[in-house]
Design a protein around this ligand. Structure first.
Ligand SMILES: [Zn+2]
Length: 384
């Protein structure tokens, strides 16, 4: 078995400080054999930072067909309507082609694992052929108490066709009734719930007071408001009441999270998944990084789907946060690697350079100050 010594200006191990001129010793399959502080002179040397493969905690690969088809910055309510209309007009074979292209793009962007939201099983044959590891979230909606049993039993059928790891997950606090949420919480203790949280002010107002554009939408559908709305609670307080202390939670977006919500972070098993480019696309707003600064150990990154992003690139998500908030690479790379792996329960295999792991190797290099990503293929050295 061929052994390679790889070095760069810095090695970021995923979960610790960067090693200047560190050395990664790997076998031809990319398994980490050692991490050393000193070069011996027989290394392959890169300019830039070597780090583990990226974890994209939130995507909807099923929606890849919608790339460039939904006008940006019209708000979440218009976004949901536009997407619902679009869904009906595109043929399944086109949707599948778009999923294939999306997975190829994510691999070339150094993404090794994805938390993928599914509403159908359409993506499964494509994902089975990909090198990317998936946590499959079967997402459910159902705002009316009376529909809870039916919605959950349909989701269980999808779940039975889906490879592990997978879980049924609620779309959002405003779109899932209490009985449906309770069904979802009855799954195995290890399962993760990935919930859209505080993506817009409109949804929070609707959740707390039963008012605003979301309430008008229910009127148009001639549906009563969900029985738990107006809740008079913050969405996260309600989620905390619905779930046990053992429940693993991955909250997605958090664009309008506040100080009061954040008190739960230290009390519960929760991760905050940020999708900054999708937030700019839909609401033209970014999460409050000043408030989130002390919670950096639970921040991870997602691209959301191509319906609200032009590219499925974790590097671009990092850059968006870096430019807006002047964050450093040390933190950003940890968000993109170790924290994401923990959020999806993949930390034993991915997210860090540790002996015995095969986490993928990315090189972030800088050309005229513009960072770009190269996926390091250790097999390539063996063949050439
Ligand atoms: Zn989403």
């Amino acid at each position: 078995m061929a052994i390679h010594r790889i070095s760069a200006d810095f090695i970021h191990p995923g979960n610790g400080p960067m090693l200047p001129q560190g050395v990664l010793v790997v076998d031809e399959n990319g398994v980490i054999l050692a991490i050393e502080n000193q070069r011996l002179g027989n290394e392959i040397i890169y300019k830039g930072v070597l780090c583990p493969g990226f974890i994209n905690v939130h995507c909807h690969t099923e929606l890849s067909y919608a790339k460039g088809l939904i006008a940006p910055q019209k708000g979440i309510n218009a976004f949901i309507s536009d997407l619902e209309n679009l869904k009906k007009t595109i043929k399944e074979e086109e949707k599948i082609k778009a999923i294939e292209a999306a997975l190829i793009q994510m691999e070339s962007e150094g993404i090794v694992a994805v938390g993928d939201i599914m509403n159908t099983t359409m993506s499964l044959p494509v994902k089975a052929k990909s090198k990317i590891k998936f946590y499959n979230f079967i997402e459910v909606y159902g705002s009316q108490n009376a529909s809870a049993d039916l919605v959950f039993s349909k989701a269980k059928v999808l779940l039975s066709q889906t490879p592990l790891p997978c879980a049924i997950t609620p779309h959002a606090p405003y779109s899932v009734s209490e009985p449906l949420f309770q069904h979802i919480c009855s799954q195995s203790k290890d399962s993760i719930l990935s919930i859209h949280h505080a993506e817009s002010e409109a949804e929070i107002k609707f959740f707390e007071k039963g008012e605003g554009p979301f309430a008008i939408r229910f009127e148009n559908w001639q549906l009563p408001l969900p029985q738990h709305i107006p809740s008079l609670d913050r969405p996260l307080t309600w989620i905390m009441k619905q779930t046990s202390e053992q429940q693993n939670l991955l909250l997605i977006h958090n664009t309008f999270i506040n100080k009061n919500d954040l008190k739960w972070v230290n009390q519960r098993k929760l991760f905050l998944g940020l999708c900054p480019k999708a937030n700019l696309y839909i609401e033209n707003k970014l999460p409050p990084m000043d408030l989130l600064n002390e919670f950096r150990s639970v921040i991870c990154l997602g691209t959301d789907s191509l319906a609200s992003n032009d590219r499925l690139s974790i590097l671009e998500e990092m850059l968006t946060l870096k430019q807006a908030f002047n964050l450093n690479w040390q933190d950003l790379i940890q968000f993109a690697t170790y924290n994401g792996a923990k959020a999806l329960g993949f930390e034993n295999e991915l997210g860090t350079f540790e002996i015995g792991k095969n986490p993928g190797i990315n090189l972030i290099s800088f050309k005229e100050d513009q960072p770009r990503i190269t996926v390091i293929d250790t097999n390539f050295y063996s063949k050439n």
